[in-house]
Design a binder for this molecule. Structure first.
Ligand SMILES: [Ca+2]
Ligand SMILES: [Ca+2]
Length: 338
């Protein structure tokens, strides 16, 4: 019922938009924006409503019709409208067709993700409770600012902790994708050209469309490509990608043999924190000495931060507090404190 009202609402919005264009005299196709089928220079649900009306034969043309085929399948239909609605709801970052969205890139490089420590921790905190392909960037950035403030307060009291950074549970904005043999062949062909300028459009449209919608920014070769072996590459997206949801979307494609997240394994310095009753519980874990094999030395620092007030918590006391124990269990490999 809700869905039907939604569509009727969209059609009504579209009719209002047409009325507006009629009275304002319409406009020539001045916009370069894909999805902007009413030439209003923004992409909004009104554009989606117009496409739905065209699809339902309620109207016969669109003011900027050449901006309407967002998946480049040769038709303008409800799939294109749905893409605009997803964009309007900030579920995807681009409506551009793959041939436009996937501009030239240099293979082997992903742009720097530039996330602060607070950003890394905010991503890890928000991902489990988000089902969308992207985390809300606004919410992530707000939380990141709050966490950066908490860490700065602690570090100003104990500057030697400035060297310790959080180990992300999942590397922000990255996926590891193993191609099926036919997609692998197409990628191999792409990579045979100039590695400085690869237009990453494989011709496998479902795969290309997901990359376009998720805002692919780079492809990094983590693995030596042995002839005949499956092609497995790292793919980079904006750093508020919800990696789990994005990996699941790629896993549904026939062209993708496996989609995984680049987890960090083993032991190493880390920060974990959580907020309970307006108090931040923060655990700094310093670990060093042959870490790939399991670090030999470990230092633990515990803090409670409330507003501007930083309280250091003694190790014995912290290890008897269930909140701190949870943080330690998230960070320290089993067997370190036996
Ligand atoms: Ca528009
Ligand atoms: Ca289309």
């Amino acid at each position: 019922m809700g869905g039907r009202h939604f569509i009727i609402g969209l059609i009504a919005a579209g009719i209002a938009a047409i009325a507006f264009l009629w009275f304002s005299g319409g406009r020539a196709d001045a916009s370069n924006l894909f999805g902007d089928v009413d030439c209003s220079e923004i992409v909004s649900s009104i554009d989606a409503a117009l496409i739905l009306q065209l699809d339902a034969a309620l109207i016969t043309s669109l003011p900027c019709e050449n901006k309407s085929d967002l998946d480049e399948d040769g038709t303008t239909d409800s799939t294109d409208a749905l893409t605009i609605l997803q964009f309007d709801a900030q579920l995807i970052v681009s409506v551009d067709p793959p041939s436009v969205a996937l501009a030239d890139m240099t293979v082997g490089q992903c742009p720097s993700q530039g996330l602060s420590d607070g950003g890394v921790l905010a991503n890890d905190m928000l991902a489990p409770e988000s089902s969308g392909i992207f985390l809300s960037r606004e919410r992530r950035d707000l939380l990141a600012d709050e966490i950066d403030g908490v860490l700065a307060a602690i570090r100003s009291e104990k500057p030697d902790l400035s060297d310790i950074s959080p180990r992300p549970i999942v590397t922000p904005g990255k996926l590891l994708l193993t191609a099926s043999p036919s997609l692998g062949e197409a990628i191999r062909d792409l990579l045979e050209g100039d590695p400085e300028r690869v237009t990453f459009v494989t011709g496998h449209s479902s795969f290309d469309i997901l990359n376009a919608r998720f805002g692919l920014t780079g492809v990094s070769a983590f693995f030596v490509m042995v002839p005949e072996s499956p092609i497995r590459l790292g793919y980079c997206y904006p750093n508020h990608l919800n990696s789990l949801a994005a990996a699941a979307a790629f896993d549904e494609l026939e062209e993708v043999a496996q989609a995984t997240l680049p987890y960090l394994f083993g032991d190493g310095p880390d920060i974990e924190l959580l907020k309970r009753d307006e108090i931040w519980y923060v655990f700094f874990y310093n670990a060093f000495g042959d870490c790939p094999a399991g670090c030999i030395f470990h230092e633990l620092d515990f803090f409670q931060v409330s507003g501007e007030t930083v309280t250091r918590v003694d190790e014995a006391e912290a290890l008897s507090d269930p909140v701190f124990v949870e943080l330690v269990q998230r960070t320290v490999p089993p067997g370190v404190f036996e």
